[in-house]
Each structure stands twice: as C-alpha cells, then as structure tokens.
Ligand binder design. Sequence first.
Ligand code: SF4
Length: 437
Amino acid sequence: MKPTPKTFHVKSFGCQMNVYDGERMGELMAAQGMTPTDDANAADLVVLNTCHIREKATEKVYSDIGRLRKHGKDPMIAVAGCVAQAEGAEIVSRAKVDVVVGPQAYHNLPRLVADAASGKAALDTDMPATAKFGALPARRKVSPSAFLTVQEGCDKFCTYCVVPYTRGAEISRPFDAIVDEAKALVDAGAREITLLGQNVNAWDDEAGNGLHGLIRALDRIEGLHRIRYTTSHPNDMREGLIRAHAEVEKLMPYLHLPVQAGSDRILKAMNRSHSRASYLALLERVRAARPDIALSGDFIVGFPGETEADFADTLSLIDEVRYAASFSFKYSPRPGTPAAEMTDGFVPEPVMDERLQRLQAAIARDQAAFNATTLGKTCNVLIERKGKLPGQMLGKSPWLQSVHLMTDAQIGDLIEVEIVRADPNSLAGVERVRAAA
Ligand code: SF4
C-alpha cells in the first residue's frame, strides 16, 4: 500500500498514439490535483506508457521498473499501454507494480490509483469501444502541433503485428466528438492537428463521411492552419481522401503509407492484403492528385522466408517510389502472432543487418534527393520550438521536414521561409514575409 500520490510523471514509448494517450493520462492526473514532474525519480506516481511493437518491449519495461525502484522514491508504478494489455496480471505478479491499465481503459486511471492507494488490486485491461474518450477532461494547453486520436484498433491482422490483439478491433470515434476536440485544441493553441489511428484512413461514421469528410469539416475550423493524418493502410485509401489532397488546402502534402515489402510472395506471407502493383497504382493516383506530395513508408527486413530475390523486389520498389522519408526495421517475432510460429526460412541476423544497411542507404539517398528539391523554394513553416543557438527556432515545412532558421518569430507562428540549404535530414531557411495570425 502506498500513500495517495501528489506528483506524477508519465513516460511514453513508441508511436504517436502513445504520445497522445500519455498526454491525456497527464491531463487526467492533473485534473485530480496532482502536479506533473519531468523527473521520474522525484515522482510519487510513475506511469510507464508502454509499446509492444519493438523487440524485447516487455523486458525493457521490467528493467525500467527495476531502475525506478533503485533510483526513485519508491513511487507508485502504473504500467499502461500495449505491454499492459498483452501481459495483464503477469506484470503484477512478476514486478509487483501497483496499477496495470490497458490502452482502452486509461480513463479509469484515477480510480485505479485510488484503489492502489487503499491497498486494492488495480488492474483494468477491458476494451470498451470508445468509452474512454467521453471520460477524459477537456484539452487546455497544447503545443502548436497537436495529436488527436480519431480511430483505434485494427482488423487487418498482418501476421507479424500485435496491434489487433493489444488495441482490439477497429473503432471510429464519433464525428461530432472529434470536431469538438479539434476546436478545443485550436482554442488551446494548436495550429496544426495530426489525426491519429492505427488505420486512420479506415475512419468512418454511419453517415459515410469517411476520413475525407472529417478532414473537410476540420478545414472549416478557423485558426486551424494545417491538417495531417497517420497511419494509413493502402486498402483504406479511398477516392474521396485522394481528392481531398488535391482540394483541401489545409491538408498537408504528406502521406505515410506503409508497404513493408516489395515482393508479392512476402506481402502474402505478411497478410498485407495488397500487392506490389496495387500499392504502386495507388501512389500514382495520389501523385496525380497532389504532384508535390512527400511519400513515406515502413519496411520490415528479413521477414521469415525472405530471399535475396524478395529483398531485391523491395529495393526496386524503393527505387520506383522515391520516398521522401521512411522507417525500416529488422524483423523480430512478437509472441502470439502467426509470424512468430513461422519457423521455415529464418533469415540469419548478419544477413538481416546487411540488407537493412542497403535498404537504409537507398532511403537516405532518396530523402536527401527529396530535400534537395525544396532548395530555393519558399514555403510556410510552423515554428514548434527553440533551436540550440540563440535566436534560432525550429519548425516544420508542409512536407514534414525539420527547418531551422534565425528569427524573432515565436512558437506557434506560421511564417514564410525561403529554403537556403538542404541537408540530408533537415533544411535551413531565411524568413520572408510574416503571415497574419
Ligand atoms: S495494418 Fe497490419 S501492421 Fe498496421 S496495425 Fe493493422 S495489423 Fe498491425
């Protein structure tokens, strides 16, 4: 039994949705009168908002708990997120943590913390559709670029992925609740909103608005200047959404559309339910609608059974698409997924390492080439934070590139910038005309 906490620290791992969930848990605890602290070792309550996507995620949570016990002030520990969902009571018995709360139940965190403080078991890994959103406090203070979860869960069941098991079936939040939250975010200082979902472009409602209808509604919010969305599945990329890229000015020219592999044989083994050809045809339509769009992808190297010829197909797909940015990982099995049972065609670690290096070299080449296309252009930049040098500020271009420049503009300003240097990972700019607020 621990005393009722007065201070708290939330540590989020993994994807942007976890960042959003972490912020919302922080807001919940603050609404209970607790004070946030940046120092985990000084907090009475530490929430570890975990991710199950990366290798050895569970082990990392246990070592984090050990570190907190050693260096912290014997805090109440709450494990949240996908590892909490996957492990459940196992974490309580193995690590003696105080609270375990799944990603669909974190609106119950205050009650669970109170239960733990009174010595009761505090575990909730239920998956009630969208109940949690209605129970969260209003958004008050956010950064200029804010996240807004609109969809959760996944019905796609890619054979390597735990998300359908940890986040549950696909659900969409109601249209009005999202629009209200977007307005609240803008009132709280957001100039850009990124709509989040495991399959965000599967978002829909009974009226059949689809994600494009939602984006068009957000387009009408005064004070909101930029809209983004992530992560999308190729099979949910509807015509209306592609058209929105051509027609909605606030929708930024950036699309993250994971493909994972370029070989149809591997795509089938991954149960991706799209082919190389259908993916490429889709990108052609997207580029026809918005020629300057920056495309980004996800790749898994060394999936069971991947041959050198399969890998060559992935490299040739990259050559064909010329991504502006990409994320790539070596395959590692997730317990409980079908791919973890695939014992044939295991790709040795040194082969994976070598393939990953070649793949990342191709990605870096294309990213540098894309950045170079912006040299000399003038574009708007949303200022997000201070740089390392006095007077330097950092922001994002419409194509999600980091831009640094010397300016007296403030965080949240949207300014016109001429790009004067294009490096492989960032751009340097000079301010032009300040946009009216
Ligand atoms: S689409 Fe596939 S990779 Fe993406 S969340 Fe669903 S199962 Fe996982």
